[in-house]
Design a protein around this ligand. Sequence first.
Ligand code: AMP
Length: 398
Amino acid sequence: MLNKKSVDDINVKGQRVLVRCDFNVPLQDGKITDENRLVAALPTIKKLIADGGKVILCSHLGKPKGEPKPELSLAPVAVRLSELLGQEVKFAADPEVVGPNAKAAVEAMKDGEVILLENTRYRAEETKNGEEFSKELASLCDVFVNDAFGTAHRAHCSNVGVTKFVDTAVVGYLMQKEIDFLGNAVNNPERPFVAILGGAKVSSKISVIENLLEKVDTLIIGGGMAYTFMAGLGEEVGKSLLEEDYKEYAVNMMKKAEEKGVKLLIPVDTVVGDNFSNDCNFKVVGRGEIPADMEGLDIGPKTAELFANAIKGAKTVVWNGPMGCFEMPNFANGTIAIAKAMADLKDATTIIGGGDSAAAANQLGFGDKMSHISTGGGASLEFLEGKELPGVAAANDK
Ligand code: AMP
């Protein structure tokens, strides 16, 4: 259990409550194309409204690089959030984020009302955790709530700096849920515990591999990172993704797994294509048979079966990173097989660590079959590495 004070430990009646949410949602032509992060934020917001707080929401959106960029305004989020909440979320349009408009809007709030501030990254100090903007944010509130798991691995003004200037800083329900799910899986898993890692690179998941090898019964490696393991074993990988500098590391990880009695699985067959596109010429080849002029784009059917069988019977499963280039339908089968194997488990805790695998599971229709889909890709990776997240550390201890 997370040892931080939460929204259940405070009385917000009549108080101005600044809530850092993660409303960093994908937008296309001003329309939100995936609203999971908005839905995930609702329990905390509803609780604070019910308790009679003046609820001031803030978040970043994309990378405006310290300047007001109209296409990265949070205005569309206020509109959709009002609908989801069934209550008006007033948008405090203000290029300074905490400028005259925002201050006046907060001043006029009644208990139980909700406003949303403008994109915190309109201010250059935000990502530098600068004191000035942190103080300005703190001046708007009596109490601070951090419910933005997606940015918890960063120390910015709106999640860390602000806590230096408020007496009460607690976490929200989403943050609690994320840390409880990931924390239980990693530190107190029901066994067998299977972790699945995929995605593009070994180098971005080195520390995760190392940390998970200490915890899991089975570690499955797929996606682009698998070719570095194959190459480490001296196999031909053709034009597949390869990190030469990490070949030795990959071999060491395989040795370490053996020493620890952890089953480490890599693909036994591969779908290879003659170029990186959905309509390339492709075929399935066995281990060590990747032609020199082709590249691996997905795990093959035998691997999908091998991995699915390894997931069968698991009591805890954590998955981060797709098995292939799932964005191209011809190379999504491996990723679908993993999502399906996880979805088929009964009485197991199944967790998807955000990012691409979360998008894949949702897109492929398996989202509601998982115990937990994290709202933070980078944050869940850092958590799986065993790091302390600054956004969580900054909240008051219980
Ligand atoms: P990451 O952000 O490291 O989790 O990587 C996710 C990306 O890895 C996705 O966009 C996938 O398309 C890509 N990916 C997965 N498998 C492969 C592969 N075999 N070759 C190239 N890219 C891949």
